[in-house]
Design a protein around this ligand. Structure first.
Ligand SMILES: [Zn+2]
Length: 392
């Protein structure tokens, strides 16, 4: 982006009412509105690209300062703020693209300095050129109505594929053309025959997926399906907020998984009532590995009570989920209580990696188990992509 343009936008953004989006810099649908709840000041922005955003005032002023520093050439000066200003200028396109692609865009998205940093550092977002190209092809594919029909693409549509700027966006489009994945129409402009005015610059390209492009998209979709996330699925008995398994999860299992660099993903509570099997299957299929917490003992089931939904034994789900994970080729880490003698286990456990936990210390951290489990995860599955602080 041109530096004078940057200065104009920064000036505009510095005002209480402003016309440009602080993230993507596109013109807003209506001017950004100042909002104050108690002593907290924020800004409501309705952006055609990013959706509805609620900006913390400090993030907004940091962005304004970052743009000014860039346009004045002082971005590389040494002062306590310039490091974050550089971070903003290097990452606004990642955050803008993330906001464009996010689900539930009709909901207000709260964004502050921490949230901006978190999105910019998300290791799962497209960073390599090939990933950006795939994202663009998917977008074109999703908007294509029928074979050979064309799609309008904004010439400055960097947010469609996490491109750094218009220049990188165009080089990705060029690459797609060279590889014969798309056909693009360069329209010269909208020419009005009845007037003497110069033709305006058409802000759009017309893009059509070729047969080869369609095959590529199919390949991308298949690849997406088999993509392994940085999540570790945790199968456990749900016993409420203060329950012993919940405590064991919080104090020992969660820290062990985080220490290995993964995001622990316990089964959500609603799963036991609605049994969202397909959702669970999808999560297990995508997860990096699965941790199963075997319960201390299994209550005798009362069939009448189960039919009346007065009783539910999630332990049976545990067996099913552990088996499904194994069938998907996932590494399964099985944690079983020291009082294993009382546990009735209806299948052969030898194919699972087993770890004993202290069932009398569920409300405490079990440091030996954390060390053993995390180092085994790293050894067998590899180190996760996320870096967590030791505490937590
Ligand atoms: Zn925006």
């Amino acid at each position: 982006m041109e530096n004078d343009n940057l200065e104009i936008i920064a000036h505009n953004l510095g005002k209480p009412m402003f016309n440009f989006c602080p993230i993507c810099r596109k013109k807003l649908i209506e001017p950004g509105k100042f909002e104050s709840i108690k002593t907290k000041i924020s800004y409501i922005v309705i952006c055609p690209i990013c959706g509805i955003l609620n900006f913390s005032s400090d993030l907004k002023s940091h962005i304004v300062q970052a743009m000014f520093s860039k346009s004045k050439g002082t971005l590389n000066d040494d002062n306590p703020y310039t490091e974050f200003y550089r971070f903003i200028m290097n990452n606004y396109h990642t955050v803008g693209s993330y906001l464009y692609w996010r689900k539930n865009k009709e909901e207000v998205f709260n964004i502050n300095k921490e949230k901006f940093t978190e999105i910019a550092n998300n290791p799962d977002l497209p960073k390599a050129l090939i990933q950006k190209r795939d994202q663009l092809l998917l977008n074109i594919y999703n908007r294509t109505e029928y074979f050979e029909s064309s799609v309008q693409i904004e010439k400055d549509g960097w947010y469609l594929c996490y491109a750094k700027n218009e220049k990188e966006f165009n080089s990705i489009l060029n690459q797609c053309e060279t590889d014969k994945l798309i056909k693009r129409t360069h329209s010269a402009g909208v020419i009005n025959q009845n007037s003497d005015t110069l033709p305006e610059r058409d802000p759009y390209y017309k893009v059509t997926l070729t047969q080869k492009g369609f095959s590529k998209v199919e390949e991308i979709i298949e690849k997406e399906k088999s993509k392994v996330s940085n999540n570790a699925f945790v199968v456990m008995k749900l016993d409420g907020h203060e329950g012993m398994y919940q405590n064991f999860y919080n104090f020992t299992v969660k820290p062990a998984i985080k220490k290995a660099g993964y995001n622990p993903l316990p089964i959500v509570d609603k799963a036991t009532t609605d049994l969202l099997i397909t959702e669970i299957m999808e999560e297990i299929r995508k997860s990096a590995f699965v941790v199963v917490i075997m319960a201390k003992h299994y209550p005798e089931l009362n069939r009448d009570k189960i039919l009346k939904k007065e009783e539910h034994d999630s332990n049976y789900n545990i067996y099913w989920e552990a088996g499904f994970a194994k069938g998907c080729g996932k590494e399964v880490f099985l944690l079983y209580p020291d009082s294993i003698g009382k546990v009735y286990i209806p299948f052969d456990l030898h194919s699972f990696r087993q770890y004993r936990y202290d069932s009398k210390k569920m409300k405490e951290t079990q440091p030996d188990l954390i060390r053993l489990l995390s180092s085994n995860i790293i050894e067998i599955v590899g180190k996760g992509r996320e870096h967590h602080r030791e505490a937590d």
